[in-house]
Ligand binder design. Structure first.
Ligand SMILES: [Zn+2]
Ligand SMILES: [Zn+2]
Length: 330
């Protein structure tokens, strides 16, 4: 008799665990315990070009990849001739260069270390231009914007001329110099292999604050809209990797922001100075649509860059360059 009930008890335990995950979550994100993501990160189905190193002692993982998405990309892309002249949607075809991605794309090695013990914070931090997270495909996650003023979202600024698009079918593209392939929307070419009909989306990547990010399927597989999420497009709930619940982000398809406008996890504020002592050029480079290396090379070494020469080297006006340059460190 007792042996017979064992199976029943087990199934009851399993059932209550499932129900618990769905219905007994704390109402407020700040009440959730800190969840260790290392097991989920380690077992995620990262692309072959990605190497993940979990450091249990430091509670971090390191993501390294060549930056090229494993799902492939479009044959051709539209590259704006002046990446600072948004919006692009109303520009004529002559404004764009049409490039063959096979010749144009360049590897953009990514090496970033992210916490596996994310901490929810009441205070939110705006996401910046440039990388805000990493995806299982080996590519980068950006926020929705193409400009510092956060007025032009890439998805709403989509342009297509002669069947060639600014954003590809994966909601991704590179910077104008062919580097740093990134997503401005749900990376559908990745989620098509991850998500299952009728289920919550599967983890597609991790943001820089350590919280996992998903496409737009809720626990029943129904589409989640932006209005069901908090100001950072997140909520607390069960996911396939975290059945007991975790704060997590959802990319959405219904309306802007399609991506993540702010971090709800603790994150080091972007510092004006980098290890080398120079200004952080990531945001400026992204606003110009070029890689940080390209901008740094144009500015040259030394303490007082020649902005006129740099602007000429980059093929833009000095005003356009100065508009995006960070203020000098105090
Ligand atoms: Zn972009
Ligand atoms: Zn969710």
């Amino acid at each position: 008799m007792k042996t017979k009930t064992t199976a029943n008890s087990l199934s009851v335990i399993t059932l209550s665990a499932t129900l618990g995950a769905a219905f007994l979550l704390p109402a407020n994100a700040q009440d959730t315990p800190r969840i260790d993501t290392s097991a989920a990160v380690a077992s995620a189905d990262w692309a072959d070009n990605v190497s993940i190193t979990v450091d249990d002692a430091a509670d971090t993982f390191t993501f390294q990849s060549d930056g090229i998405p494993d799902h492939g990309f479009a044959d051709k892309y539209l590259i704006p001739s002046d990446p600072t002249d948004q919006p692009f949607a109303d520009k004529p075809a002559e404004f764009f260069d049409m490039v063959n991605s096979a010749d144009y794309f360049v590897e953009s090695p990514i090496d970033t270390t992210i916490t596996t013990l994310p901490t929810y914070s009441e205070e939110v931090t705006d996401t910046s231009l440039g990388r805000i997270g990493v995806a299982l495909s080996g590519a980068q996650i950006f926020n929705d914007y193409e400009d510092f003023e956060r007025t032009v979202t890439a998805q709403d600024d989509q342009v297509i001329h002669d069947h060639v698009a600014f954003l590809d079918e994966c909601n991704g593209h590179t910077l104008v110099d062919g580097s740093d392939y990134h997503y401005h929307g749900i990376p559908v070419c990745l989620t098509v292999r991850l998500d299952i009909e009728g289920e919550h989306s599967y983890m597609l990547g991790v943001l820089e604050d350590g919280f996992p990010v998903y496409a737009n399927q809720d626990l029943n597989g129904a589409e989640i809209g932006s209005d069901e999420l908090d100001e950072c497009s997140g909520h607390v709930g069960a996911t396939p990797e975290f059945p007991d619940g975790i704060y997590h982000y959802h990319l959405t398809a219904d309306e802007a922001p399609y991506m993540i406008d702010c971090y709800h996890g603790e994150i080091e504020q972007a510092s004006m100075t980098m290890g080398g002592g120079g200004p952080d050029l990531t945001g400026a480079a992204t606003a110009l649509g070029i890689s940080t290396d390209t901008l740094r090379n144009a500015l040259g070494a030394g303490g007082s860059p020649d902005f006129d020469a740099a602007a000429e080297a980059l093929g833009i006006s000095v005003d356009a360059l100065m508009a995006v340059m960070p203020a000098p460190p105090q």
